[in-house]
Design a protein around this ligand. Structure first.
Ligand code: 4AD
Ligand code: MG
Length: 461
């Protein structure tokens, strides 16, 4: 009898019928003259039973993990007392090997697991992707991006696609990837923020999901050289409104994911103790955070004038208290976030730590420091996942900002024009997609949250 072709994730309507499925042999077990296969096709896993030693089963005995096969048979509800994915199994009456994979020692599943050497796992990322954990993380990533888009759409933001090849910097010259562009200098974008700002008068509030590139020599578990950057820009907004908006987008996206059966199941599988964040998020000023760190004995490594770590005779780094003006480094930030253990909006960073475009906070000078309307959202386990700010809307102030940072304003004419042709109070933010996912799925490193992660000296596969 005829058999309908179906995807594993969509088999429920075919109970008691003959179906045809294609996929990869995910698991294999034989018992006397019966062979059990768990078949994988990306939409789910299917248990299949090959029984009765005919010539064909004999063939099946040579089956190997990761081979591709076509299986035809009757879909039966799993007998009581047994469990199988989807609550059914396929009683196979016809099969065909589509592409045989080498078995034995070459079967990568025998060699690869989470405890394998990280550099082998990185080289074999294309095969690691086939594993249950890696594919669950990527599946959740896809659903998460859709949920973000839905939340942003519900707030009337439109999606645009800014360029990756640019001739301006956003977040400081030291992390730019430079390249030769038809004989002209160009860079891989660090952030699409400046472009988003220029779209406000055209489309109103906008967002993008674009790759950003940072030539950072950071080997930490939350830094990538290329990452997916979800950025948004909003017109006629104030600093408080900006932080509330970020909070809404995060919470509504998490709610959508928990309401959807598929994403909720993935979160439960990857992060069983996940609790949605409670609103409103704690707001902690930079100056208060410095006090908090000192009260909790969280110090940082002392540096000399050249930025080298000062070491004692035993070679240990000299540790010192934080003072206003210090960058709060990753280690201190992570310790603080983990102790407080809730999302934190850290806001009001000193201007000297921040980029040229950031709006100053009115009347907040202290000890020679000027503070900005900037905020980082810190999440337990990861630390900073969002960086945002209000932008300078005044022309003269922007010109002073370029000057302070030693930036030649000429290549930025299109960005500067924004202040000339109808300026407005505006602000926005950038969210690191891999960092958000590392928080949501409780992954140790952002490298697990990227399809093919890039970090210093790694651009393969
Ligand atoms: O804090 P950042 O540098 O802010 C900006 O780029 C702003 N121009 C964004 C904006 O306002 N439109 O980066 C924003 C976020 C960080 O909070 C972090 O989550 C992520 O991008 N990020 C990285 N993620 C992985 N690897 C890196 N090297 C990252 N650098 C930043
Ligand atoms: Mg930042």
């Amino acid at each position: 009898p005829k058999a309908n072709k179906a995807k594993i994730g969509n088999l429920a309507p075919f109970r008691s019928q003959r179906v045809r499925v294609f996929g990869w042999v995910h698991r294999l077990r034989s018992q006397k003259d019966i062979i059990f296969i768990v078949l994988r096709d990306g939409t789910g896993y299917l248990q299949a039973v090959l029984s009765g030693l005919t010539a064909q089963t004999y063939d099946a005995l040579t089956l190997t993990l990761e081979s591709t096969v076509e299986l035809v048979g009757t879909l039966q509800a799993t007998p009581e007392g047994k469990t199988a994915p989807g609550g059914h199994e396929l009683s196979v009456d016809y099969w065909r090997i589509v592409g045989a994979a080498p078995g034995g020692d070459d079967a990568f599943t025998n060699r690869l697991n989470e405890k394998s050497d990280p550099s082998i796992l990185a080289d074999l990322r294309h095969l690691v992707l086939r594993g249950e954990n890696a594919s669950s993380v990527l599946r959740l990533r896809s659903l998460m991006l859709s949920s973000f888009r839905e939340s942003l759409g519900a707030h009337h933001l439109l999606e645009v696609t800014p360029p990756c090849l640019v001739q301006t910097q956003v977040e400081g010259g030291s992390t730019l990837f430079k390249l030769d562009y038809y004989g002209q200098p160009a860079y891989l974008t660090q952030s699409s923020q400046l472009y988003l700002e220029t779209v406000l008068p055209s489309l109103g509030d906008v967002f993008c999901v674009q790759e950003s590139f940072r030539a950072e020599n950071s080997h930490t578990r939350r830094h990538l050289s290329e990452y997916t950057h979800l950025e948004a820009e909003l017109a006629f907004i104030d600093f408080d409104g900006l932080m509330s908006h970020i909070e809404s987008i995060i919470c509504e996206t998490v709610d959508r994911l928990l309401q959807d059966e598929k994403s909720a199941a993935l979160i439960k599988q990857l992060n069983p103790t996940f609790e949605p964040p409670q609103r409103p998020f704690m707001r902690l000023s930079y100056v208060d955070a410095i006090k908090w760190l000192n009260e909790h004995g969280i110090q940082h490594e002392a540096e000399d004038a050249e930025g080298n770590t000062i070491k004692d005779e035993a070679g240990n780094a000299k540790m010192v208290d934080h003072v206003v003006g210090d960058d709060i480094a990753e280690a201190a930030e992570r310790q603080m976030t983990d102790i407080i253990n809730t999302p934190i909006f850290l806001y009001g960073f000193p201007a000297e730590l921040k980029s040229f475009y950031m709006k100053k906070m009115a009347g907040a000078e202290q000890g020679g420091h000027v503070f900005t309307e900037s905020c980082d959202l810190l999440m337990p386990g990861v630390g900073e996942i969002v960086g945002g700010s209000m932008r300078i809307s005044d022309m003269a102030e922007l010109m002073a900002g370029y000057k302070r940072e030693g930036i030649d304003p000429a290549p930025y004419y299109w960005f500067t024009d924004q202040r000339k042709y109808g300026t407005c109070e505006h602000g926005g933010y950038g969210l690191g997609v891999e960092r958000f996912l590392a928080w949501l799925a409780k992954r140790y490193t952002v490298r697990e949250c990227s399809l093919y992660p890039r970090w210093p000296s790694r651009a393969t596969p």
